[in-house]
Design a protein around this ligand. Structure first.
Ligand code: AMP
Length: 226
């Protein structure tokens, strides 16, 4: 059941690949009825659909680099103006550059929305390569698994929906993860200072138990959107 006492909220999840942004965003969706907006998911859908933007993004993503701001902004703008986002959104993987952060400020202003919080998921970098390299998801419902840390209770069967189809992202391999971590530190980590300057930054220790982390995030959502 979703908690309904939360008003329209815009939250940003910041953190390197493997920090748990997607997992936590999905949990907040279920708990508060917010909509997860993942630019990575939107780009992967564009790649799979073979759109012009998808074709341009494909090789960049495979190399672990950042897709151009123009492509990402166009994709996000389209999605953000769909009606289901009115209940509030969790931005997962966006913004990733200073230009994207400034564009988001303008977009929120034009939509009459304000930023609830930018939450930095603080993790130990060295652990991220192992976390990302072993992860996979259910091809049907998207539930996340990991070769070492979270296997299905029945081998090869999704705990959540019973599907036997799973998938791995093309960029979740040790080589590409290194490039993605570097892109994070060079281009995205400076946004922590940007949002601290606006008084919107919240830091959450994102190592350890997933449910404890989810509880820390839920407390922030209740606080900023009550
Ligand atoms: P993610 O699913 O967030 O890990 O993103 C996967 C890949 O999609 C990244 O390594 C980038 O190549 C691309 N990507 C996702 N979001 C963005 C963004 N906001 N800006 C630029 N590239 C992005």
């Amino acid at each position: 059941m979703t908690e309904t006492s939360v008003k329209s909220a815009v939250l940003i999840l910041l953190g390197p690949p493997g920090a748990g942004k997607g997992t936590q965003a999905r949990m907040l969706e279920e708990q508060f009825g917010l909509v997860q907006l993942s630019t990575g998911d939107l780009l992967r859908a564009a790649v799979a659909a073979g759109t012009e933007a998808g074709k341009q993004a494909k090789t960049v993503m495979e190399a672990g680099a950042l897709v151009s701001d123009d492509i990402v902004l166009a994709i996000l703008r389209d999605r953000m103006t769909e009606p289901d986002t009115k209940a509030g959104i969790i931005l997962d993987g966006f913004p990733r550059t200073a230009k994207q952060a400034e564009a988001l400020d303008k977009l929120l202003e034009s939509e009459g929305l304000s930023l609830g919080a930018a939450i930095s998921l603080e993790v130990d970098d060295a652990a991220m390569i192992e976390r990302v390299s072993g992860r996979y998801t259910c091809a049907n419902c998207g539930e996340g698994y990991h070769d070492t840390f979270k296997t299905p209770s029945v081998d090869g069967v999704c705990d959540k929906c019973g599907s036997t189809e799973f998938k791995r992202r093309a960029d979740d391999n040790a080589e590409t993860v290194g490039a993605r971590l570097e892109a994070y530190h060079q281009q995205t980590a400076p946004l922590i200072t940007y949002y601290a300057g606006k008084g919107a930054l919240r830091r959450v220790d994102a190592m350890g138990d997933i449910n404890r982390i989810a509880e820390d995030l839920a407390a922030i959502v209740r606080e900023v959107a009550a």
